[in-house]
Design a protein. Structure first.
Length: 242
């Protein structure tokens, strides 16, 4: 079942997302969170840190698995997703480092890394998976055409995705890695609950495809129509085609 919340602006979107994350973290004794990088969840992560500081919400028993990582960047690189997560969330909360999982893209053998990452999730069920959505409908780095039953794999980034992400790489598309390790669509669909955050008009077509389009590999996010517990939080711009 898909539930859609349309909020007035990014602040409200982040507040709604935070409410759901906090509920999960508070209720479950050993919560497992699936996390995304990118612009969409930054407001949510800021609220998690502010709440941890103000209310003492603890992440001591929380374990996290991130969706993806660029291939070819060392973890210490400014723009690795490992660095992103530490700077935007993990350093601001009390999560033990050993509870954090981000795929490693700095490897000669990414296929083995994918298999290891999938294996690390074998006996784990993600309680709440946070997702953004790409302008082409990707989730994780599962670009259009990715099989619905895919597990963690090496993904080729679509041209549009590399253009969209160039803003982090001095607006230079040539600096954006061409491949990533990503959880597959099959991996993502195993989560108990999924939370999608999307804002801005450039996401409106992808949001329409996710919610109203046919369930098709042409729009990877449309697979979420087959999941039983998805909440999509949008601002008005991302929701305008609905
Ligand atoms: C990030 C990820 C991607 C992003 C998507 C949207 O870990 O898996 O699918 O969620 O590209 O990115 P933003 O939020 O930057 O628009």
């Amino acid at each position: 079942m898909l539930k859609v919340i349309v909020a007035d602006n990014y602040e409200e979107v982040s507040r709604e997302a935070f409410r759901i994350v906090k509920e999960t973290v508070k209720i479950l004794p050993e919560p497992v969170l699936g996390l995304a990088t990118g612009s969409s969840p930054i407001g949510l992560y800021k609220k998690m840190i502010a709440d941890h500081n103000a209310e003492g919400t603890s992440y001591d028993k929380v374990r996290t698995w991130n969706l993806d990582e660029y291939i070819g960047l060392p973890r210490s690189h400014d723009l690795s997703y490992w660095t992103f997560m530490h700077e935007n969330l993990f350093e601001g909360i009390d999560i033990p480092e050993e509870n954090v999982h981000v795929p490693c893209g700095d490897t000669e053998d990414p296929e083995t890394e994918c298999a290891k990452y999938e294996e690390s999730l074998k006996d784990v069920t993600i309680d709440l998976q946070v997702l953004g959505i790409g302008a082409d409908g990707h989730i994780g780095f599962n670009e259009p055409g990715t099989p619905f039953d895919s597990l963690t794999h090496v993904a080729e980034l679509a041209e549009q995705t590399r253009r969209d992400n160039a803003r982090f790489f001095e607006n230079d598309i040539d600096q954006v890695p061409k491949q990533a390790v990503t959880m597959g669509l099959g991996t993502i669909m195993r989560a108990r609950k999924i939370l999608v955050i999307a804002t801005g008009t450039n996401k409106a077509d992808a949001v329409y495809g996710m919610l109203r389009g046919p369930v098709s590999e042409d729009c990877p996010a449309s697979i979420l129509q087959n999941h039983e517990d998805v909440t999509v939080i949008l601002d008005k711009a991302a929701a305008y085609r609905l």
